[in-house]
Design a protein around this ligand. Structure first.
Ligand code: NAD
Length: 290
């Protein structure tokens, strides 16, 4: 079993770390807010976290936090004095992901960008999908660790390719969630029972993950944020971050993403209206008033 340092025990990182403990790994964890998790050592800072571990996993909100944690004056790499294998699992921009790869390699370490798909229910169930960017050798080295947290581990390509896959996936997710919300809202306004629509749509050509696994209407799919007043889950501000990542990425290659742009604008307005900490599926109620 391996010694692993885990940074960022939020909605996703908490259950991911718990699954590593369950699999028998020895964990040291660090977060800027106080955390409690049975069977782990809590580090007071990043220097303490990295002292005795062979692997590091980070699950942070955004690129700015990842830069601070890895490249900051008192960050991980300032204290990495031997070959450590880093798995950066947050959803961030490709440029930052590549900068982290480069900085780790300069220190003689191994790095993969390994963002996830699946949400908090999959994180708790150890059923995440990982999209890994890095060399073939690095992929083989991290796969057994990632398997304790995920069911599907894909090698997307070289450094940064995991983030490319994740950004494109979440572009689609943001658009599809709004599409599902619009369909439910229209059906209801026309006099269609939401459950009747769900039963039909999940067998028809409109079915997608936002409908079948993350239904935004309460009382239809158990354990979705819709059943707990849209407590996250996946916060609206995180979806906005990802749609901005997609738009920024699109600009770098002059790709056109008109629906992505519209979804970004809708999530921006939803967040500006004060719902940034609600689950992203909560946009269903706000859309009715637009
Ligand atoms: P979160 O805000 O719940 O958790 C992030 C954690 O990082 C928090 O506990 C925070 O205190 C900690 N943190 C922030 N700055 C830190 C620092 N400098 N040092 C140490 N810890 C720090 O976010 P989340 O929902 O767990 O998402 C984490 C990442 O996973 C994001 O990039 C998100 O886009 C991605 N993601 C989330 C979901 C989801 O459903 N929530 C699904 C897939 C991917």
């Amino acid at each position: 079993m391996s010694t692993i340092g885990f940074i960022g025990l939020g909605h996703m990182g908490g259950p991911m770390a718990a699954n590593l403990v369950k699999a028998g790994h020895h964990l040291t964890v660090y977060d800027v807010v106080p955390v409690s998790l049975a069977g782990v050592k809590i580090a007071a800072n990043l220097a303490e976290l990295i002292k005795d571990v062979d692997y590091v996993i980070s699950m942070l909100p955004a690129g700015i936090h990842v830069r601070e944690v890895y490249l900051g004056a008192d960050g991980l790499l300032a204290h990495a004095d031997r070959s450590i294998i880093f798995m950066e699992c947050s959803t961030i921009d490709v440029k930052t992901a590549k900068a982290i790869h480069e900085a780790v390699e300069k220190k003689g370490g191994v790095c993969v960008d390994a963002p996830v798909s699946g949400g908090t229910a999959s994180a708790a169930a150890g059923a995440l999908t990982f999209m890994v960017g890095g060399s073939d050798q690095a992929f083989e080295q991290v796969k057994p660790i990632l398997e304790a947290m995920g069911k599907k581990i894909f090698h997307a390509g070289l450094a940064g390719c995991g983030q490319m896959a994740k950004i494109c996936n979440n572009l689609l997710l943001g658009i599809s969630m709004i599409g599902v919300c619009e369909a439910f809202n229209l059906g209801k306004a026309l006099g269609l029972e939401p459950k009747a629509f769900f039963d039909i749509c999940k067998e028809a050509s409109g079915q997608c993950w936002s409908l079948t696994q993350y239904c935004p209407v309460p009382g239809i799919v158990p354990q979705t944020p819709a059943n707990r007043d849209y407590e996250p889950g996946f916060m609206a501000k995180m979806m906005l971050k990802d749609l901005n990542l997609a738009e920024d990425a699109a600009h770098t290659v002059s790709a056109t993403t008109p629906l992505g742009e519209k979804a970004r604008d809708l999530y921006q307005a939803f967040c500006d209206a004060g719902y940034q900490d609600k689950d992203f599926s909560g946009i269903i109620e706000w859309l009715v008033w637009q």
